[in-house]
Design a protein around this ligand. Structure first.
Ligand code: ADP
Length: 635
């Protein structure tokens, strides 16, 4: 049969070019990629055999062989996994069948431009990475579902050839014709080193022919049958006792399962015997992972699920809630049937039990890590804190435990603190946790409502995360202490003395009519009430939300999400200690229709809007007013 030539898909061609032309310092990862593909193929064969009992035939002894041919200058990676049909070869090896291809290309190109070759190594570059060391590659494969075998060959430039071939048994052989400059890969010790370094915990035995170190002459004189021996360790790390696993091994394993090249913040390794028995090894990340951003809610997440040593799912999201989507790792149980389907997993009591127990463990670990490694936790929280906060919103029964591991910026501290630390520091003060929400730290710090808190040295949580508004509303209280917005109408840090009360009442009376007029001037569709507040620092006025009503940030968010929300009327508070407010009162007394009073009214309103980070309908008005005042100032 004539050889048939096929062109690579355009994007595949581009990747190949990028890979082969980058002077890539870490090209040895190609072996990790090929071994991992072989191991995946074996996992698939195992899984297939669960439902198709004749699939394996008598080829049931799974292994990966790595073979060196010094004369031919080739290196082969051979597996007896699922294999590929002709169609599958086109689909998987002729194209890059990954959804993130475009994104991948962009990152790869950026990394290359930036000269960051190490970055390139952090991608799961897959099969194609082999072209970094091989001038051409043959893939000889036979699917377990096919009687025919096929050979795919390419020099990794623009096209590949595919034709039928002979192959005994099921599986795939990747034959690399090593390019000049990569002949070190023909050394037995080198390959063993790479297997140990990158693929030691592959769950399938990786076999190599026992090394014959005799001289060529001796070998010729006395030929020896070499037997295959296992190079890697196959007992999975999560099945080992905790005390026998070294920190480095945890780190290595984490890097394998998470595709993160950093070290994790922590791990949870546990083996539970009980009504439901399971073993788990989970990891909490510290840094963000550029190649698999687990903050992205659209991303598949969840640990790998093994049942009786068979990999059932790569991402069992049934085992973790979405607000713990940054956690990666492995869970293995013997309490599920092997032939369980994805649908059955969805409402499975065993998984529910495991999930509950994992959540508890993760929250417990986060609590410990915060104390043990505050710096690391800080980084973790910066990267993943807002995801954790989603949990408060979703999990009514767990919100207190989750709140315990959250950190917040506050008025009085120059680092993030926990709610317990807040309470501890405020213990002689009022039993309330105060907070203010806004878009940024600078914005909330400008709020005039903070004045009495500064004066009284009472701390306030500064909530500037988009999720905070939702979270804090749902949390409501922490360890029976109420959470309260500092703009709430009944927030008073100090009881008024009888004299102060009296004075306030008199002022209130004096200002009553003017406040009513101001309300009508601004418009009763916008303002429910105008009142006095002497605790506004040096601000002219400030806006707040009537108790129980939706505040403006929330309103904006709901609108952005396409919800129809009625506009909330606000309360305008004026500061009777402010000179301009005093001047307004004077104008009012002199002439109810005073133009100055009208101007000052809208000026006070606009200032209050700006102070809470709102947007003005007409900035020109505000600028005009400000210039007018500046004129006064210059006189
Ligand atoms: P990835 O492994 O990340 O999907 P690769 O480029 O390494 O990307 O491989 C592409 C696809 O080719 C795999 O998903 C798999 O379907 C197929 N494949 C690669 N190697 C093998 C193999 N040894 N046996 C069977 N299928 C394979």
């Amino acid at each position: 049969m004539a050889k048939k030539q096929h062109n690579f898909e355009a994007e595949t061609g581009r990747i190949l070019e990028l890979l082969t032309h980058s002077i890539y310092s870490n090209k040895e990862i190609f072996l990790r990629e090929l071994v991992s593909n072989a191991s995946d193929a074996i996992d698939k064969a195992r899984l297939k055999a669960l439902t198709d009992t004749t699939f394996l035939g008598d080829d049931t002894n799974f292994e990966i062989r790595v073979e060196i041919d010094k004369e031919a200058k080739t290196l082969s990676i051979i597996d007896n996994g699922i294999g590929m049909t002709q169609e599958e070869i086109h689909k998987h090896i002729g194209t890059i069948a990954k959804s993130g291809t475009k994104e991948f290309l962009e990152k790869l190109e950026k990394a290359k431009e930036g000269g960051d070759h190490n970055l390139i190594g952090q991608f799961g570059v897959g099969f194609y990475s082999a072209f970094m060391v091989a001038e051409s590659i043959d893939v000889i494969t036979r699917s377990g579902l096919d009687t025919k075998a096929h050979i795919w060959s390419s020099d990794g430039k623009s096209s590949y050839e595919l034709e039928e071939t002979e192959k005994e048994g099921r599986g795939t052989k990747i034959l690399l014709h090593l390019s000049e400059g990569n002949h070190e890969l023909l050394e037995d010790w080198k390959i063993r080193e790479l297997i140990k370094k990158y693929s030691n915990y592959t769950r399938v035995p990786i076999m190599m022919l026992e090394n014959d170190t005799r001289s060529d002459e001796e070998k010729k004189k006395e030929p020896k049958e070499r037997s295959w021996e296992q190079v890697n360790e196959t007992q999975p790390i999560w099945k080992k006792s905790k005390s026998s696993v070294k920190a480095d091994e945890y780190k290595e394993f984490y890097q394998q399962v998470s595709m993160d090249f950093n070290a994790p913040l922590g791990h949870i390794h546990s083996s539970i015997e009980g009504k439901v028995s399971y073993t788990s090894l989970l990891f909490i990340p510290e840094q963000t992972n550029a190649f698999s951003d687990m903050r992205d809610p659209a991303k598949e997440y969840g640990p790998k699920l093994y049942v009786q040593s068979v990999l059932i799912l790569d991402h069992a999201k049934e085992l973790l809630p979405v607000w713990l989507r940054f956690v990666s790792g492995v869970v293995e149980t013997t309490d599920l049937p092997l032939n369980i389907s994805r649908e059955m997993l969805q409402s499975n009591a065993t998984l529910e039990t495991i999930k509950k127990s994992l959540i508890k463990k993760i929250l417990g670990e986060l609590k410990k890590l915060r104390v043990k490694n505050p710096e690391g936790y800080k980084t973790f929280f910066e990267n993943y804190g807002s995801i954790l906060k989603e949990g408060v919103y979703y999990e009514h029964d767990l919100k207190q435990e989750i709140a315990e591991v959250l950190e917040f910026d506050t008025l009085l501290w120059d680092k993030k603190i926990s709610l317990d630390e807040y309470l501890e520091a405020q213990k002689d003060k009022e039993k309330t946790i105060y907070y203010i929400t806004g878009k940024s730290r600078a914005e909330v710090l400008a709020s005039p409502y903070l004045a009495q808190f500064r004066e009284n040295n009472t701390d306030v949580l500064l909530l500037t995360d988009a999720i905070d508004e939702w979270m804090i509303g749902v949390l409501d209280e922490y360890k029976t202490v109420k959470l309260k917005a500092i703009t709430a109408s009944d927030v008073k840090l100090k009881e008024e003395t009888p004299e102060e009360k009296k004075k306030a009442e008199t002022t209130e009376k004096q200002y009553k009519d003017m406040l009513e007029l101001i309300k009508n001037t601004i418009g009763t569709e916008k303002i429910e009430k105008v009142e006095l507040n002497p605790n506004l620092w040096d601000a002219l006025g400030a806006l707040k939300t009537p108790d129980g009503a939706m505040n403006p940030q929330m309103e904006k968010m709901m609108k952005a999400m396409g919800q129809a929300v009625p506009e909330t009327k606000r309360i305008l508070e004026l500061n009777p200690n402010n000179k301009l407010v005093k001047a307004m009162q004077k104008e009012f007394k002199a002439d109810i229709k005073s133009k100055k009073l009208k101007d000052l009214t809208s000026y006070a309103y606009m200032q209050a809007i700006l102070l809470e980070g709102g947007e003005l309908e007409n900035i020109a008005d505000f600028v005009g007013m400000t210039n007018k005042f500046a004129g006064e100032y210059l006189k």
